[in-house]
Design a protein around this ligand. Structure first.
Ligand SMILES: Nc1ncnc2c1ncn2[C@@H]1O[C@H](COP(=O)(O)OP(=O)(O)OP(=O)(O)O)[C@@H](O)[C@H]1O
Ligand SMILES: [Mg+2]
Length: 240
């Protein structure tokens, strides 16, 4: 179980997160909000990459700041930014990340084959990442996030740059992975999460304005679907 308590974060005088509290148990959660809402900041705080100015993140009741390596071993994270490791092949990158995660040599080959097949990248695994298309880079990034079957998977706009076919594939794969883990996905694209998320977390200007299952949100906002909710809350639909 992941708990956020009173998380706030400022960048100079810009308040990026304002007193966000939340409790997540197993299932898929869609973090939905417009550009600059604070999605990546929240994910960076959950993954321990940046420290909040106030508040705590707890994993099974323990502050993640005190868990260290133990927390990293149950965590998979695909950041929004990419562009590192261009000289590595996909397979080498995955094997490097697997080593960082402490995955044993004996399991390495099978585990890399598993995640490559999940994101449909087995054939391109031995080409260098620098020569991948944007969508292929994105898929390798997702593959490393699910190495070692982590209990907490944080994906920051995982479908950005993917074509509709791959978008659907990734959505199905993510959906199949859920069950015994927490998966948090940020997106501006409602269709990525509308059918698979157990709960939608709506974030605007650093504030968690609502969190509820899609059906409850639709009822509350008298909306025909999640896109309608998004439009009502955040205005013009943005998709990039
Ligand atoms: N390193 C930083 N320094 C200063 N301001 C920052 C920094 N990172 C983020 N911000 C600001 O904090 C706010 C939240 O940014 P964040 O990247 O978390 O939003 P986001 O919801 O992920 O947006 P997007 O949909 O564009 O990825 C924005 O106003 C942004 O300009
Ligand atoms: Mg972001």
């Amino acid at each position: 179980m992941l708990e956020l308590k009173g998380i706030s974060k400022k960048y100079k005088d810009k308040l990026a997160l304002d007193d966000v509290s939340l409790a997540l148990d197993n299932g898929i959660y869609g973090l939905l909000g417009p550009n600059g809402a604070g999605k990546s900041t929240l994910m960076n705080i959950i993954t321990g990459n940046i420290k909040p100015d106030a508040g705590q993140v707890k994993w099974n009741g323990k502050d993640i700041a005190l868990l260290g390596a133990e927390y990293r071993s149950i965590l998979g994270y695909a950041p929004q930014q990419q562009g590192m490791y261009d000289s590595f092949t996909g397979r080498r990158f995955l094997s490097y990340m697997a080593a960082l995660k402490g995955i044993r040599k004996k399991q390495l080959c099978d585990e890399i084959a598993r995640v490559l097949s999940c994101v449909n990248m087995a054939e391109a695994a031995d080409r260098s990442i620098g020569a991948y298309s944007g969508g292929m880079k994105q898929r390798i990034l997702i593959a490393q996030a699910i190495l070692g079957d982590p209990k907490l998977v944080v994906l920051d706009e995982p479908t950005a740059g993917l074509d509709p076919k791959e978008r659907v594939r990734i959505r199905e794969q993510i959906s199949a992975l859920a069950g015994d883990k927490i998966i948090l996905i940020s997106t501006h694209v409602v269709s990525d999460i509308e059918t698979i998320a157990k709960e939608i977390l709506l974030i605007k200007s650093g504030t968690m304005t609502d969190h509820a299952p899609v059906a409850d949100l639709c009822r509350k906002y008298h909306a025909s679907g999640l896109e309608d909710v998004y439009m009502q809350l955040f205005g013009k639909f943005s998709n990039f």
